[in-house]
Structures are given as structure tokens and as C-alpha cells.
Design a protein around this ligand. Structure first.
Ligand code: F6R
Length: 243
């Protein structure tokens, strides 16, 4: 695991974007695993800037998002599909047919099976991850099996609270209580993993990820077993390391 400690969110996002852009530039047909949430917004800003300045093409790039809230259509402003359009896809030349976000409505079990089949076919060259304050990756909450594949989950109270603060104006009741997410095994199948975390709220998760014992109670600790992981954090998220 390679750890990069940055001075600021902006610096971390620039570093993160460079890593993703290297993958896209070296393989125009790259398969990207993408994330939502507050963490990657700056990375997507850098990718959009690069697209405008350097015209890096996404014409043949394929993308798979980690997760989606249960019950929200892609047109809902809080859905992750909508988030991706707003922050990234609308600005790039990516083919909409190559964009995949799990479907959080309809026949959810079938959606999960279909997503697993597609992920098996299109091995991701890189998977971008944020991390929950409780150590979740994707929406794989503490206790999730390391062998899990795309499935429906009940969100933990701490995740609902974190997301209410960031995206639902503090309205806990407005946050969906379930989601569909890539499983931990799907995440580990990516060739390269880039995990990013900023702010004091992530101190526990980063301490466990880097120095903790690998266990299902802290899902991100599985990444210790992957042989190509880059972790980008700021000083606040890294504050408990080596203490
Ligand atoms: C988002 C996702 C989640 C977030 C995590 C951190 O697609 O899968 O695991 O990465 O909850 O969220 P933020 O970045 O908002 O702190």
C-alpha cells in the first residue's frame, strides 16, 4: 500500500486525478471504477479541467460506479447517477452506453446479478474509492463478508447521519435507508485501487485501513491484501497514524 499525505484537499485531488488520467492516457479503452460522495468531487473537477485543456478522450472508456441509493431513479437529484452526470459525465466525451451505475429501482436482485456479470466481463483498470467514517467502502458496511458481490444493503445509522449532513441538508428522514453496492470481492477484483480520504472525520477509518488488523468489522482493511493500492489523505485524516 502506497500512502501519500497531502497538505490540502486540492493537492490530494490533483494527485488523484493524475493517477486516473495516467490510466486513461495509457489505455484509451480503460475501464474505470468510480465513486460518489464529497471526496471525489475535486478529482472530477481536475478531470474536467484536463478534458478542456488537453482533450484527453473518454470516447472508448467504460465506467462502473460503486453504488446507488435504493428507490431513487437516476433523475432524482440525490441519486448517484445524477451526481455523476452533474460532476463528470456531462463534461466528457464518454459514450452514455459505456456508463454504468447500479440501478436502485425495479427488480433489484436481477439488477445486482446483471451488474456482477458485467463487472466480471469488464475488469476495472482502476477503482476509485472514498471511505466511510466507520471504514465502509462502497456501501459495504461493518460486518459485510469479504466475499460479497453486488447486493442490496441496509445503511448503518452513522452512514445515514454522515450523508444527511453532506447531501440532504441534515434531514435524516430524507436519506434512503438502503442501497445497492458492488461487493467487497468486486472491489478487490480491480487491477489498481485509489482510495482517498480527507478531514478529521476519517481518522479512525484511515488508522484501521493502514495499521489495523484485517477484519470484516472494518471493511476497508481488506485492501491490505491487494497488491496495488494507493491511499491519498490529508494530515487530518492521517493524524492517528503511527501513534
Ligand atoms: C460513494 C461510496 C461511499 C463513500 C463514503 C465516503 O460512492 O461508495 O463509500 O465513498 O461514504 O463518502 P464521502 O466522500 O462523502 O466522505
Amino acid at each position: 500500500m502506497k500512502l501519500i499525505i497531502c497538505d490540502s484537499y486540492e493537492e490530494g485531488c490533483l494527485e488523484g486525478a493524475k493517477i486516473i488520467l495516467d490510466v486513461v492516457k495509457s489505455n484509451p479503452k480503460a475501464v474505470l471504477g468510480l465513486a460518489t460522495g464529497s471526496t471525489p468531487i475535486g478529482v472530477y473537477k481536475e478531470m474536467v479541467k484536463d478534458f478542456k485543456d488537453n482533450h484527453t478522450s473518454y470516447k472508448d472508456v467504460i465506467s462502473y460506479n460503486l453504488d446507488e441509493y435504493f428507490g431513487l431513479e437516476g433523475t432524482h437529484p440525490q441519486s448517484y447517477r445524477y451526481f455523476m452526470e452533474q460532476h463528470l459525465f456531462q463534461y466528457l466525451d464518454i459514450d452514455p452506453a459505456n456508463v454504468h451505475v447500479p440501478l436502485g429501482h425495479g427488480d433489484i436482485e436481477k439488477n445486482a446479478d446483471d451488474y456482477n456479470a458485467m463487472l466480471d466481463k469488464d475488469v476495472r483498470d482502476i477503482q476509485l474509492l472514498g471511505i466511510g467514517s466507520n471504514g465502509h467502502i462502497g456501501f459495504n458496511e461493518p460486518g459485510e463478508s469479504f466475499d460479497s458481490i453486488t447486493h442490496v444493503v441496509d445503511l448503518k445509522e452513522s452512514t445515514i447521519q454522515d450523508n444527511a449532513k453532506l447531501f440532504f441538508d441534515g434531514d435524516i428522514d430524507a436519506v434512503p435507508k438502503k442501497a445497492i453496492t458492488m461487493g467487497i470481492k468486486n472491489i478487490m477484483d480491480a487491477k489498481k485501487i485509489l482510495l482517498m480520504a480527507f478531514g478529521i472525520n476519517k481518522r479512525y477509518a484511515i488508522k484501521e485501513l493502514v495499521e489495523g488488523t484485517m477484519r470484516e468489522e472494518v471493511p476497508a482493511t481488506i485492501l491490505q491484501k491487494h497488491d496495488d493500492v494507493i491511499v491519498i489523505v490529508d494530515k487530518e485524516a492521517a493524524i492517528d497514524l503511527l501513534k
